[in-house]
Design a protein around this ligand. Structure first.
Ligand code: NAP
Length: 322
């Protein structure tokens, strides 16, 4: 089958380690099943893997990709939950110390077929295309947990989303606006700020700009480039939810402000299978459809990843397989 693999690690030239080639079919395992992938979406995670962040040479080659929507062995249309944990772990599986995502230990979804634990399959929402549904398991699930589970901010609150163009950021704008939050965004790019307003943001600002008032919560995936601003614009007692550091994860500035204004910093990673089911129900009830920036064939993965690496994206980039 055709698959897109990380064959080598290169911190400075991640795409040099990418291979698009025939690979063996996934091997059957107890309790696992095979999904014929119809669509998969790109995440910054795929670039981190190629750069060697969270990946070691001894696990290569490995098929990239965390997200998939496709058809299971019984012909059902499904979405794949990417988080693989210990089946005996009790409670919130994002806290399982042994959890991994597809493409970290097991081959990922940038392939015509992927093997996954049977319990990780959820029905694809019938009103969504495979391309849209392929955006749910990582970016939309991460956004859902950041805002609804980790922020502590109730609907009606003012929430700032840093770096409006990204996959997680556009998901935050779409689901936050649909749930009745007053969503503000920052972006380095004027066109992306305009598009964020169309997507449901109430106001859009240049990165680092002074805001009209302090916000109740900040959604952070950018890291070093925006962190100090995030600390500055938060009201006393407010919460920064951080799930990523695209621009770097150096020690954060603003420590004094964090303790003096009793700010909260909440980490957030992916989401549970239960949250994925609720996200799908939420999209169904509110009419939210994941925002697809562009679609490429599986064989065009290099071009698609180059677009993501350049930051030339508003929404999710999707690969079509099958
Ligand atoms: N913990 C988890 O479970 C989890 C899940 C998903 C993602 N993540 C992490 O979250 C981050 C975002 O992921 P993604 O897939 O949404 O990535 P993405 O689609 O590539 O988006 C990245 C966005 O960050 C902003 N950005 C990048 N560099 C910047 C800089 N120097 N200054 C200001 N803004 C900058 C850009 O916004 P503008 O161009 O609009 O300014 C860009 O659109 C990644 O680091 C990823 O690893 C973590």
């Amino acid at each position: 089958m055709l698959a897109v693999t990380a064959a080598r690690i290169s911190p400075d030239d991640p795409l040099s380690g990418l291979e698009v080639a025939e690979r063996p079919e996934p091997a059957p395992r107890e309790g696992w099943t095979t999904v014929a992938v119809r669509a998969t979406s790109l995440n910054h995670h795929d670039l981190w893997t190629l750069r060697g962040v969270g990946m070691s040479e001894d696990r290569l080659p490995i098929v990239l990709g965390c997200d998939a929507a496709g058809v299971d062995e019984d012909g059902n249309e499904v979405v794949v939950h990417s988080l693989i944990g210990d089946p005996d772990f009790k409670g919130d599986e994002t806290l399982d110390p042994r959890r991994t995502l597809l493409s970290e230990v097991h081959d990922g979804t940038f392939a015509e077929r992927v093997a996954v634990p049977r319990r990780n399959l959820v029905p694809k929402p019938p009103g969504m295309s495979f391309e849209e549904a392929a955006c749910l398991p990582t970016a939309y699930l991460t956004a859902y947990r950041m805002l609804f589970t980790r922020s502590g901010a109730a609907p009606g609150s003012t929430v700032l989303v840093q770096g409006a163009g990204g996959g997680v950021a556009t998901a935050l704008v779409a689901i936050g606006a649909a749930a009745g939050y007053r969503i503000w965004v920052t972006s380095r790019d004027e066109a992306k700020r305009a598009r964020a307003l169309e997507l449901g943001a109430e106001q859009a600002f240049e990165s680092g700009a002074r805001l009209p008032e302090r916000v109740d919560a900040v959604m952070e995936t950018v890291g070093a480039a925006t962190w100090e601003h995030s600390v500055k614009v938060l009201r006393p007692g407010g919460t920064i939810v951080t799930s990523g550091a695209t621009s770097g994860a150096e020690p954060p500035a603003g420590l004094r402000r964090i303790f003096f204004l009793q700010l909260n910093v909440a980490g957030s990673t992916m989401g549970t299978l239960d949250e994925l089911r609720r996200l799908i129900a939420f999209c169904d009830r509110t009419g939210v459809h994941p925002l697809v920036d562009s679609t490429y064939p599986l064989a065009g993965a290099r071009e698609a990843l180059a677009k993501m690496a350049a930051g030339d994206v508003f929404g999710k980039i999707v690969l079509r397989a099958g």
